[in-house]
Design a protein around this ligand. Structure first.
Ligand code: ADP
Ligand code: MG
Length: 328
């Protein structure tokens, strides 16, 4: 098979914990130098997948191929992967510089060489001035940068990040999100970032992999997955869609493409059950076509030009390209 140097591939990768199948024979090829988000609800197997790639969890079945080599049985420290943990896991009794240089110490590198390498990494994340501090003297965002520097010091080809932004407050989270993307571009290595937030995945990823119950539901560029979710699960989990049961199957329908109509082009007659002002949009809920819930995201000005009220029967319509068939 033709592979560039740092392509990563998983094949029929499986993780069982006793009777629980946490990861159920998933296969995927990660393009070298891409930002990939593993997205799915809690318990769907994201962390188990990441830990198997990192070598922190044994593989029950299947293969991991990096750089043309099968690495499923290779110890974590000998892989070209590195992991940044959810809670950063910095050593409280070591300084920032010592934390960052820790892996090199384990590899037996002399202190002058590892301090120099650690300073270089601290430069990269703009933390050189904090080298002598202890982790307890850092803010959340600073801790995260130190954890990133520590994970990068071994010069991995693949950086694995497990919910790296979840410990931060919303303001800092948005800032660090942009920084992660910038670091990935500068380094040119593959980032695999686990998250349960669809906005985070869509904002960051070149490719998003949506998981559910240990399986990959769909993978692709975020815009493509958002425009054409394959399954009801993907449409519902990404948000922004209606999932509608028709007589001959299921469709997904973008909420921002549903329009109100008083004309004969109405596809559904529905009773308004909710109206929420959201700033640029008004989110309207209505029940029709049996007992199905429809949601429309209407531009604020258009809604208030001819508002409707709770309980009112309205007509809903959409262009044919706003909807498409779901496979399950
Ligand atoms: P996620 O990261 O998507 O939340 P995990 O990979 O952590 O999912 O977990 C997937 C499933 O495996 C869950 O049902 C979880 O309870 C189970 N699991 C995870 N780790 C262990 C473990 N060490 N022992 C037993 N079951 C586990
Ligand atoms: Mg997890």
């Amino acid at each position: 098979m033709d592979r560039t140097a740092t392509d990563l591939e998983i094949a029929n990768l499986t993780k069982r914990y006793g009777d629980t199948v946490a990861v159920d024979s998933i296969s995927h090829r990660f393009a070298a130098g891409s930002y990939v988000c593993l997205l799915g609800p809690s318990g769907c197997g994201k962390s188990s997948t990441l830990r198997m790639i990192a070598g922190h969890e044994t593989v029950s079945d299947g293969d991991i191929v990096l750089d043309g080599q099968m690495i499923a049985q290779v110890p974590a420290a000998k892989r070209k992967t590195s992991m940044m943990f959810q809670n950063y896991a910095l050593f409280p009794h070591l300084t920032v510089l010592q934390n960052v240089g820790f892996s090199l110490k384990m590899r037996g590198e002399a202190s002058a060489a590892r301090d120099a390498a650690a300073r270089e990494m601290l430069d990269l994340v703009d933390m050189r001035d904090f080298a002598a501090r202890f982790p307890s003297m850092l803010s959340g965002g600073q801790e995260q940068r130190v954890a990133l520097a520590r994970a990068l010091i071994t010069k991995p080809s693949v950086l694995l990040l497990d919910e790296p932004l979840s410990a931060l407050d919303p303001f800092l989270r948005d800032r660090m999100r942009a920084e992660l993307r910038r670091f990935q571009r500068e380094l040119g290595i593959t980032f695999i970032h686990v998250t349960h937030s669809q906005t985070e995945a869509m904002a960051l990823a070149d490719e998003v992999i949506v998981m559910n119950a240990g399986t990959i539901q769909q993978a692709g560029p975020p815009r493509e997955v958002y425009a054409k979710p394959k399954t009801a699960f993907v449409a519902q989990f990404l948000g922004g869609h209606n999932v509608v049961k028709l007589a001959d199957g299921l469709i997904s329908l973008r909420r921002d493409k549903v329009q109100l109509t008083t004309g004969t082009d109405a596809k559904v007659e529905a009773a308004v059950t909710g109206i929420e002002f959201q700033g640029a949009f008004v989110s309207l809920s209505a029940r029709g076509m049996g007992d199905q819930d429809f949601h429309a995201l209407l531009p604020e000005e258009a809604f208030f030009a001819s508002p409707v009220s709770l309980g009112q029967t309205i007509g809903l319509t959409w262009a044919p390209e706003a909807s498409h068939r779901l496979t399950q």
